[in-house]
Ligand binder design. Structure first.
Ligand code: S3P
Length: 178
């Protein structure tokens, strides 16, 4: 199958959802955000899915939505931070598109997510107050577990301390030389 999509992966807070629509606009592609499609399919927010139905349910819907998206063409797809962290989903992505990893230092992730309460993988609905040290540890542990999958990407782009426009330019440039 030809690779007709551009997928953005990376940890929560790496900028996937911000960068994807701008990149799509620049390339003349359309844009799909997997979390938004999951919310549309279930009629619930990601946070509600995790708290009411659990992570396994979320992952099942995520896989089904990914399969659907992978059949489209001419799209930039912003994945969730956990979407490609299993071989099945990674296989779907790698066979249908170019996978771009937005890489960011853990401390930057911490700063970006510190006050966010909509990331159930780091802070469940029943624990609104997670201390800074605990949050840092959770980010490190999850990143360590996921990095081997992210590193399977075709292109890696650092997003630390960069303006969005600069990152988009870098991705476009890297894609042209891919
Ligand atoms: C998740 C990341 C989230 C969302 C869900 C699970 C993860 O997406 O899919 O909360 O497992 O890392 P973002 O990476 O866009 O925050």
């Amino acid at each position: 199958m030809d690779r007709h999509l551009i997928y953005l992966t990376g940890f929560m807070g790496s900028g996937k959802s911000t960068i994807a629509p701008i990149l799509a606009n620049t390339l003349g592609y359309s844009h799909v955000d997997i979390d938004i499609e999951i919310e549309r399919a279930t009629g619930k927010t990601v946070k509600e899915i995790f708290s009411e139905l659990g992570e396994k349910y979320f992952r099942d819907v995520e896989r089904a939505v990914l399969k659907d998206i992978s059949g489209r063409a001419g799209c930039v797809v912003s994945l969730g931070g956990g979407t490609i962290t299993n071989e099945t989903n990674l296989g779907i992505v790698k066979s249908t598109g170019i996978l771009v990893y937005l890489k960011v230092r853990p401390e930057q992730i911490f700063n970006r997510l510190r006050h966010k309460t909509d990331r159930p993988m780091l802070r469940s609905a029943s624990e609104p107050h997670v201390g800074d040290d605990e949050l840092r540890q959770r980010i490190h542990a999850l990143l360590h577990q996921r990095e081997p999958f992210y590193e399977k990407a075709d292109l890696t782009i650092w997003t630390d301390d960069r303006r969005v426009g600069v990152t988009v330019d870098e991705i476009v440039h890297a894609l042209q030389h891919f």
